[in-house]
Write a protein that binds this ligand. Structure first.
Ligand SMILES: Cc1ncc(C[n+]2csc(CCOP(=O)(O)OP(=O)(O)O)c2C)c(N)n1
Length: 342
């Protein structure tokens, strides 16, 4: 008999973080830079949103940066990434520029989707970043489809698909998982378990807390670990990526993480205590990586130069977004009605 295991507020404990994984300044510094750029980009987006310059929904990944940065560091430029509506960081890590992402959020013509997609629909074919989807779990079969195409072509590309633990209760996830296992698709399914689906804590949405166990029903390899050490994320996801590339086999990976902000900009976060949020902030992946860099001999003045460089990059991207022309009224591929047509 399998016993369901679930942490309730009474039994939940926030464990101290594991010891950091061995690394070098050469490996860690560029990953810290990416995480910092994502955080500064999203802080700029939050500001633009509160000023009314960005419309629609805005879901921030602040607190979870080590997951997308570490995972995507395990890929090549040819590999594919498919993500949810909380995807600005994934797009940036896959090579989409801050200019292109922020201009998209601002609804400008220079955005990666010409300003017509917005925050939830970042997409850039030239970077093999295949979205940005607003339908929870609906993108998992799409990722399986991208991986099926790679298998059919024999091109050795790997697809990573990101989703939240809330998506693991949705039909699309079950179908994507089943097809990936049945057809042995080169896909890595990455559950970013940030412990809340909107305002619903996982103990109220999952019968078994460990999402990675779902892999067992399909004979699929699985992994589960904490997501605050970007190097650990990179190492563990690399194993899954290599399995996909060399054996053509999928893996279900669950990374336990925490979002510091609300679900979206309109969420005041009344479903959790300030103490809980503060406790998780003590494990902030950026603070940890910064300290680790200093500990392994990265000079402080180089760190400050890197941080100044990120600041300049994001300030430039905000200015670019603000100065760019507004999106066209029509989708570029929509044929406008001809004169005289009814
Ligand atoms: C099919 C579907 N149902 C409901 C929603 C509304 N919705 C948007 S985000 C969300 C929560 C998803 O939580 P999770 O998958 O854990 O991802 P997270 O937002 O925490 O990253 C819900 C229910 C939706 N977008 N699509």
């Amino acid at each position: 008999m399998v016993t369901a295991s679930i942490s309730t507020p009474e039994t939940k404990r926030i464990e101290p973080p594991d010891d950091p994984v061995d690394t070098t300044p050469e490996e860690l510094a560029p990953l810290y830079r990416q995480m910092l750029a994502i955080r500064r980009m999203e802080e700029a987006a939050a500001k633009g949103y509160s000023q009314g310059k960005i419309g629609g929904f805005l879901h921030l990944i602040i607190g979870q940066e080590a997951v997308c940065v570490g995972a995507i560091a395990a890929l090549t430029a040819d590999d594919y990434v498919v993500a949810t509506y909380r995807e600005h960081g994934h797009a940036y890590a896959k090579g989409v520029s801050a200019r292109s992402i922020l201009a998209e959020l601002y609804g400008k013509k220079t955005g990666c989707v010409k300003g017509l997609g917005g925050s939830m629909h970042i997409f850039d074919k030239s970077k093999n970043f295949l979205g940005g989807y607003g339908i929870v779990g609906g993108h998992v079969p799409i990722a399986a489809g991208a991986a099926l195409a790679s298998k059919y072509r024999g091109d050795k590309r790997v697809t990573q698909c990101f989703f939240g633990e809330g998506a693991s209760t949705i039909g699309g996830f079950a179908e994507g998982l089943a097809l990936a296992a049945l057809w042995k698709l080169p896909v890595v399914l990455i559950c970013e378990n940030n412990q809340y689906s909107m305002g619903t804590p996982l103990y109220r949405s999952l019968a078994v807390e460990d999402v990675s166990l779902r892999a067992l029903a399909h004979g699929m390899p699985r992994d589960r670990f904490d997501g605050d050490d970007v190097i650990k994320v990179k190492r563990r996801i690399t194993e899954a990526v290599e399995r996909a590339r060399t054996l053509g086999e999928p893996t279900l990976v669950e990374v336990v993480t925490y979002r510091f902000r609300g679900h979206s900009m309109s969420d005041p976060g009344l479903y959790r205590t300030k103490d809980e949020v503060e406790e998780w902030k003590r494990r902030d992946p950026l603070t940890r990586s910064r300290q680790r860099l200093l500990d392994i001999g990265f000079p402080e003045k180089d760190l400050e130069a890197l941080e100044a460089d990120v600041k300049a990059e994001i300030e430039d991207a905000v200015k670019f977004a603000e100065d760019s022309p507004a999106a066209d009224e029509y989708l570029p591929y929509v044929v406008k009605p001809a004169e005289g047509d009814k």
